[in-house]
Design a protein around this ligand. Structure first.
Ligand code: NAD
Ligand code: ZN
Length: 373
């Protein structure tokens, strides 16, 4: 089989809730067979968004119909604003009208927004309907579709209402990345780099050489990057499904990122992955200042992120920030334990740990220095 047609299969090992992740090009045209193999369901409700639906929905529907599955379709508006109660309510009532039962499937076809809200709807519909994730953004392919976190945003903050609901299958067709806007692709790439930074120096080194091929959508490079990322995520999730330990490492750069996102106002000013890129660079700089990691390592991380076109400094972001607001946002982060910030910091590239030793005062000084003219 040529590399272009290679299909990788990984398993997320969670006992009787284990599931497969398939990765390859062209899989949306054949996923019906894999879904039918899970169980000959009566129905599959495809949930997608207004950008992805017009491009890929018909192909997915045909692939399911070919296996004799009865297909229904729901298209939600694209964008983070979709992850809210009113849309969830409407989605649930459409699924109920379609008479989706516990033996049926909800299939999420889209980026992390669709995966999160469709996954949450599946988890509470009739106390839990089976879910198939078909992620179409790079971020969703390497991160959000694997691991079972689902949810919506509320006026109190992002992802504050949700559930753990592991999918029964994740089908990743890397060819669909061809239509993903470049800015979204780059944002997703930040999460790919994250896996190298937290646990896999060799992968980071590989990305230094092949990152531009991943961004350039060279089939072999994309396959390796997505497979390595999914393997990392699935190993971490298998070891710590509900984030009591190791899973927290996936939040490298995220405490800074969330604060930047809160202050920039969750819009097109700053995408999540862009914030993560800056956040990871900041985590390395802070660790260097605290003598936890060598300064050259921090510079090396920033140099790679910049080389592909990602931002690494708060001043790169086209929004006005002030330290007090950023620190305030960090204090309200849901990952704060007993008032101490729980930061993921590096000892080296490929070796991250959970630290509660850096005070908010220290972080305030650190950010002050970065925001000074
Ligand atoms: N559940 C988790 O573990 C987890 C992890 C990380 C992020 N998330 C969530 O994921 C969301 C972000 O995900 P995202 O970055 O995928 O955002 P998204 O779903 O908004 O997708 C980004 C944009 O790309 C479009 N798009 C997606 N795939 C496309 C394709 N193949 N071709 C053309 N357009 C395409 C979408 O319509 C959207 O406009 C956030 O809500 C975040 O909270 C969840
Ligand atoms: Zn993230």
């Amino acid at each position: 089989m040529s590399v272009a047609n290679e299909v990788a299969e990984l398993t997320v090992d969670l006992g009787n809730r284990s599931y497969d992740i398939q990765i390859g090009r062209g899989l949306i045209d054949v996923l019906g067979a894999s879904v039918a193999e899970l169980r000959p369901a009566r129905r599959t409700a495809i949930v997608t968004d207004s950008n992805v639906g017009p491009i890929y929905l018909d192909r997915v529907a045909q692939s399911l119909a070919k296996q004799g599955l009865n297909v229904s379709q729901i298209t939600l508006p694209a964008g983070e604003e979709t992850k809210r109660f009113s849309v969830l309510e409407d989605l649930l009532s459409q699924l109920l009208t379609m008479e989706i039962e516990r033996g049926d499937f909800v299939l999420a076809l889209g980026g992390g927004v669709v995966g999160d809200i469709a996954g949450f709807a599946a988890s509470i519909l009739k106390r839990g309907v089976d879910l198939v994730q078909v992620p179409t953004s790079l971020l969703a392919q390497v991160d959000s579709s694997v691991g079972g976190k689902t949810g919506i945003d509320t006026p109190h903050g992002k992802n504050l209402v949700g559930s753990f609901h592991q999918p029964k299958l994740v089908v990743i067709d890397t060819a669909v990345l061809a239509t993903l806007p470049r800015r979204e692709l780059l944002a997703g790439y930040a999460e790919v780099v994250k896996y190298g930074l937290i646990r896999n120096f060799d992968f980071f080194e590989w990305l230094e050489t092949h990152g531009s091929d991943v961004i350039g959508l060279k089939a072999e490079a994309v396959q390796h990057a997505v497979k390595t990322s999914c393997r990392a995520k699935s190993e971490i999730v298998s070891a710590d499904e509900k984030e009591s330990g190791e899973r927290a490492l996936l939040n490298l750069g995220h405490t800074f990122a969330h604060a930047l996102e809160v202050c920039a106002g969750y819009g097109s000013a700053l995408l999540h992955g862009e914030a993560v890129s800056v956040g990871m660079a900041l985590a390395f700089e802070l660790a260097a200042e605290c003598d936890l990691v060598q300064r050259q390592e921090a510079q090396r991380v920033s140099a790679h992120l910049r080389s592909v076109g990602l931002m690494t400094a708060i001043k790169d972001i086209k929004s006005a920030f002030n330290t007090a607001e950023l620190v305030d946002a960090m204090r309200h982060d849901k990952k704060i334990v007993d008032g101490a910030p729980r930061l993921i910091l590096p000892r080296a590239i490929g070796d991250a740990f959970v630290s509660s030793d850096v005070t908010f005062e220290r972080i305030q000084d650190f950010l002050d220095a970065r925001l000074k003219d």
